[in-house]
Design a protein around this ligand. Sequence first.
Ligand code: GLA
Length: 380
Amino acid sequence: MIEQAFVEAYGTEPEVVVRAPGRVNLIGEHTDYNDGFVLPAAIDRAITYAGRRRTDRLVRVFSMDFRASAEFSLDDIQKDAQNTWSNFLRGVSKFLEADGHHLTGADIAFGGDVPREAGLSSSAAVEVGAVVFWKKLLGLTLDPIYIIKLARRTENEFVGVPCGIMDQFISALGRRDHALFLDCRDLTYRHVPLRADVKIVVCNSGVKRALAQSEYEVRLKQCRQAVAQIASTGLAVESLRDVKPSDLAATRGVLTDLLWRRAHHVVSENQRVLEAVQALEGGDLEHFGALMNASHNSLRDDYEVSCKELDALVELARKQPGVLGARMTGAGFGGCTVNLVRADAAEAFARAIARGYQEALGLKAEVYICQASDGALVSA
Ligand code: GLA
């Protein structure tokens, strides 16, 4: 597909092709920017780049999904207000050059099947794909953590979205049939095997995450405020990661009810991730599912980032046979739910959710039965 798009756009074959997947987060939501724990998996939906070197400093880029082209010079990389889809590649190229990696011009085509604005990290896939693309095209020696940080920096500083590090990390270092347990403070991680008798099923509510960015920034600030107020009581905390569940009761009088609920979500969610990893490694999928359910309830009630469509999908899912757990995934305010479903019940589950969502809300849900996949650095 991408090779063909490249040939159509430039009349010649690409030299390299790079694939960077989207992700689904199994548990550990809104914890990454609090130095906490996450457990995402890369999915079998990806952004693919194809490209060829040029002898000058021009970058021409064709977006298969937008059916549009843009170009820029490596000597003057600016944000493009019209072709916003090209900003990820622009940002990545700018920061690589600024860090002393000499790029050459290139002809590039990219696109894929990660749904946009659905909470499956299509942006992270576009960013990670761009860095790995340059690495492969030019034979650059780049450390994996540097690649991940550069992709995130592009999102934070060039595109202007203040995300954490989870999405870029999993898009780069996911592994087939595994989830990835990541400590977002020191970036240590390990892959945790997913069993073949359960499936990860993603249900797309179809609701675009309209409030996601502004509310995300509000949550980020609230977490910082909570930390400052807890620290003022003499507890040695730098982030909500440092707040132990047993400290939380004592902070009730210090924080407003709202800030306490925000902190309560993050502190309890970190605990749930640790338990979920143990449950997965110990084969206790029932407990894993129960933790997913508790995560959703906490995101809905304490962190207040769910919405009626996500809640409806989760309620519907929990009534289906073979479902171990159901929760919203990603930043919230729309996007997707993630469900852990016994493999032999997955197809029937997918049909029941599509039908039930249509009946309950008159809306269409796309349902994807996912396969955990290799990240861009694993398959490159
Ligand atoms: C978005 C961000 C991530 C993370 C999640 C919430 O996906 O990009 O960094 O904060 O929201 O868990």
